[in-house]
Structures are given as structure tokens and as C-alpha cells.
Design a protein around this ligand. Sequence first.
Ligand code: NDP
Length: 329
Amino acid sequence: MSNRAWHLASRPQGLPTPANFELKEAPLPDLQDGWLKVRNDWLSVDPYMRGRMNDVKSYTPPFQIGEPMSGGAVGTVVESRSPAFQEGDQVLHMAGWRETAAGPAENFNKLPPMGIAPHHFLGNLGLTGGTAYFGLLRVAAAKEGDVVFVSAAAGAVGSAVVQIAKARGMTVIGSAGGADKCAWVKELGADATIDYKAGPVLKQLNEVAPKGIDVYFDNVGGDHLDAAFATARQNARFAICGMIDDYNSGSNHAFRYVMRIIAARIMLKGFIYLDFLGEMGEFYREMGGLIAAGKLTSRETIRLGLEAAPQAFLDLFSGGNTGKMLVRL
Ligand code: NDP
């Protein structure tokens, strides 16, 4: 069985380029007792992978030069030497960026039987939906009546935040790049949008939230975060989820309004989706319920074929996706 896999060819300086990736055969280990072989059907590309291209210590280990890359994937079991799995089972796992995965059964999770298309387990029912759900409701403790500002609102995490917040009776302001994306964020239920490419974030945020914000869900950092500092109400809560504005350039922002943390008693908390893996039962029930009730929709930007994976990943940094960016094999 062919197993072409994307390998890290070199470490990027700044924005990665296709030259940082190499597609070549990765030999599959012999299947041992208790192992599975899985044909990947869907691959996820995610902004956090940019951090793994650097040789630095973080919450996930760096990709190694010359080694296959990894990431979220959904696939179908084609050979099982584990009594817990059968051929044809659909599984979620972390051996993405390749055609075929093989390894101990404990590395694979059977998709819960929810009657929901498998790729959603990489989106609203997976990493990005979970990040939105736990970040908004647990980390920021957002509640009915709050004014919530969310950046990258037309992306995978952001679009889920908008909808969960609306389903829970919050007022939502979403920021995105361009009129089309802002129109979609409005369709998702946002009360107001900010096109950050059309003018300064702070000026626009002051216009749409004249009384300020209670919650900021940060996917971007930089000017968005500074505008949130400037407009935070007393006891505002910030869930610091991502800072994509800095992933390729490093942090070099001057935060003009950062001292408002003190006067407004702002609570800032960073978090990682993995912190909440023990609570997936609740998550599937709640998000499954919202999907069944039509209160949570999704959009995917789908690129076809393994060859398309690096460009799909690179396009996350120029807004080439609306909703979840996926690669279909
Ligand atoms: P998205 O689907 O949101 O894709 C990234 C989007 O970011 C792009 O579509 C683009 O939208 C926007 N963007 C890119 N560069 C910039 C920039 N310089 N300034 C403003 N916006 C920019 O990705 P995800 O939903 O997967 O991830 C969103 C954020 O959440 C990321 O920061 C990611 O790292 C973080 N994250 C954190 C997790 C955690 O556990 N803490 C888990 C998962 C994600 P536009 O066209 O609007 O600019």
C-alpha cells in the first residue's frame, strides 16, 4: 500500500514556502498484534502547525527535518489486528499529512455514532469546535447577555464561537478580512462585524460596541487584542486562543492599551484544546444538539489530493479559507 507522506524539508524563516515541504514515500511498519492500518480520507491543516515547524519547545513537539509531518486526520480502517476495531471503522487520529497510517489501536479513536459526516470531527465536532466551545464557555466564562468580540470570525474556530455565543443569548461582534467574509459572519448570526482590512480595528469596534465588550475571544493578537484592551468593560474576560498575526513574524506589537488590564480588572487566560479532552462527552452532547437543532452550521474550504496539503496550510495565513480548511484524499 502506497504511503506518500509530507516531510519537513527545512525550517521556515517567516512565512513558510512550498520548499519547506517534501512529498515522498514513508515506509509503513509491519502490522503488529493490537495495531491498525488506516487509509486517510480527510486531513486537517491548522495554524498551530506553523509553530511545530520551528525548533522550539512548546505544548506539541516540533516537526523534525526529514521526518513525516503529523496532524489531525480522519480515515477508514483497512486492516485490524485489534479486537476493538473492524475493517471499515472510521477513526480520528493524529497521523495526518500522509496517505496511510499504521500503529497501536490506542492511537486511534472510533468516531462516535452520531450520524454526522466524518469530516466534521476535524471541525465543529473536533479540534476547532472544541476550542471554540471550551474557550468561550469555560475559559472566558461567557454568559447570556455578554457582549462578545471574536477575531478571525469567518475561520473554523471563530465561526463556531459566533454561533455558540448566539445560541447562548450573547451579543456578538465578529472581525474578519473582507466584505464577503463579514457577510457570512452576519449570516451566522453576528450582531455586527468588523472588516479589519477596511480600517483600524479600534475605530470600528468603538462604533459597533459603544458600551464596550465583556468577552474577547482572541484568534489573532496584535491590533485586535489592543482594541479589545481599549474597549473592555469592568471585569472583562479574555480567552487567548491564538495569535495568528504573529506566527510568521514573531511578536513585535506595541500594546498601547495594555494597562487597562489593571483599571478594568481584565482576566486574561491562555488555553489549549487538549486541556479539555476529558470532557468530550459533554462536548459531543452539546455540539451534537446544536447541530441537530440547526443552530450550528459550518462551511469548509476543501482542497483535493495529498499534493494540495502544503498550499492549503499556507493559505491559512492569507485568509484563503472560509470556515474549516480541509484536504480530501
Ligand atoms: P482559521 O480557520 O481561523 O484560519 C485562519 C484565519 O486567520 C484565516 O482564514 C484569516 O482570516 C485569519 N488571519 C490570517 N492571518 C491573519 C492576520 N495577520 N491578521 C488577522 N487575521 C488573520 O484557523 P483556525 O480556526 O484553525 O484557528 C484560529 C485561531 O485559533 C488560530 O490563531 C489558531 O492558532 C488558534 N487555535 C488555538 C487552539 C488552542 O488550543 N489554543 C486550537 C485551534 C486553533 P481572514 O481572511 O479573516 O484574515
